[in-house]
Design a protein around this ligand. Structure first.
Ligand code: HOZ
Length: 433
């Protein structure tokens, strides 16, 4: 029987009403070819599709399912909260608990505002930075992705890069000219932009550890250099921790790397996987936000009681159980070591980037430090590898320019299974018998 028969039928049906048949472009499989797989359910480490196939999940909803799928800690909190109605459009005590949890775990965040997605969080953060500094321009980094706000769809990573549209259509020239683009891990490129635009730069936004051109790590001194430049030139430093927050440590990448930004954006995991976002940071900056200050930002579903209940359950668990990080970090290190052994043994041009429970296997022998390096990857070979991994029951991000995320549900037996699948798939991609 055709392995993806029902997914194909669903994809045909979806394309009649939904652009490209998907509600987020990367899912369409354009980068790897073939039919997107329609998921029906998930439990622990496993995803189940509409054809009865099971896959070990290495995306974990792009990060938040850190405790695996359908985890009772999160699900019980949601079920309990459902009894009290799903939305009020009025404040609740739970929002305070959530804010207390976030500010206690991220020491750079003195005040925080909840929103409904990471995109909303990043859009609001740059507006606040502009309101605070009374300056207009922003610096972002080529290949970094900060959601689909207009200002960020210039040299963007993730799906925008994968679809070949890093500079999106529909962005006005006015918006585009206020977005300046620097090279990740290259402080000179940042200094040049600051010098060419004196007293005009409101903020700099960066993924402290990049997930959206594949996993790319900051070199020693890079984030420290950004911090110093921002201090010197009165620029607000924003860390986009929508993917890394509560994943690379209980205090995100900033705690792990010991650098404090002025503002931080969060998402995904702070709702236990439900739609959510947050931005926060220094009180003097956050006090610009309405109704205290003049920067307007609002939302009926901001601080939604179901989302917040799931988020409180997730963050409380992570706060009390720091060993979660030891576990997922060591699982990921073991898996990456196994992959490196295969690469060495087969003598193939691949390289691996890893920090904590995030990693990418790039189809290039270059050590990937920025967007230009990431683009040297052999995307055809990645596609062959991706499909062979699916046949061997492992679900990867359907694009080279994405990070993978490990959950606590992936144990040593599953690491072995992923390793075996990887060896078979790499051999297939490189035509090795
Ligand atoms: N832009 C997301 C990852 N970097 C993908 C979102 C999705 O397709 O679900």
């Amino acid at each position: 029987m055709e392995r993806y028969k029902n997914s194909k039928i669903l994809f045909e049906r979806a394309q009649k009403m939904i652009p490209g048949g998907v509600n987020s472009p990367v899912r369409a499989f354009n980068a790897v070819g073939g039919t997107p797989i329609f998921m029906k359910s998930a439990l622990g480490a496993w995803l189940y599709d509409h054809d009865g196939n099971a896959y070990i999940d290495l995306i974990n909803s792009w990060g938040p399912m850190i405790l695996g799928h359908a985890n009772p800690i999160i699900e019980d909190a949601i079920v309990e909260a459902l009894k009290d109605s799903v939305s009020y459009g009025a404040p609740t005590e739970k929002e305070i608990v959530m804010a207390e949890l976030i500010t206690s775990m991220f020491t750079s965040i003195e005040k925080v505002r909840l929103v409904s997605s990471g995109t909303e969080a990043t859009m609001a953060a740059i507006r606040v930075a502009r309101g605070f500094t009374q300056k207009n321009k922003i610096i972002k980094f080529e290949g970094c992705y900060h959601g689909h706000g207009d200002s960020f769809l210039i040299a963007a990573g993730s799906g925008a890069l994968t679809m070949g549209t890093p500079d999106s259509a529909g962005i006005t020239q006015g918006v585009a000219q206020d977005t300046l683009t620097a090279t990740y891990n290259d402080l000179d490129s940042v200094e040049k932009l600051i010098q060419a635009n004196p007293k005009q730069i409101a903020c700099m936004i960066v993924e402290p550890v990049v997930g959206n051109m594949g996993c790319v790590l900051p070199e020693s001194g890079f984030l420290e250099g950004l911090r110093s430049l921002c201090d010197l030139h009165e620029i607000v430093l924003i860390f986009d921790e929508v993917m890394t927050g509560f994943r690379l440590s209980s205090g995100g990448a900033q705690k792990r790397l010991n650098i404090k930004p002025d503002l931080t954006t969060l998402g995904k995991i702070i709702g236990g996987g439900l739609p959510v976002g947050a931005y926060g940071g220094k009180a003097e900056i956050m006090n610009c936000v309405s109704p205290v200050g003049k920067v307007y930002q609002a939302g009926t579903l901001s601080g939604n009681p179901i989302t917040v209940s799931a988020g409180i359950a997730m963050l409380s668990y992570l706060k009390k159980n720091q060993d979660v990080y030891d576990q997922i970090d060591s699982t990921t290190t073991q898996l990456c070591q196994n992959l490196q052994n295969i690469i060495n043994r087969l003598g193939i041009p691949c390289s691996i980037n890893q920090m904590g429970s995030m990693y990418s296997l790039f189809f290039t022998d270059k050590k990937v430090k920025n967007f230009t390096d990431a683009k040297t990857s052999d995307l055809n070979k990645f596609s062959i590898y991706f499909h062979e991994m699916l046949l061997n029951d492992v679900y990867l991000a359907p694009a080279q320019f994405e990070s993978l995320f490990i959950s606590t549900a992936i144990d040593t037996d599953l690491v072995e299974k992923i390793t075996e699948a990887s060896e078979i798939s790499l051999k297939k991609a490189f035509g090795i018998s």
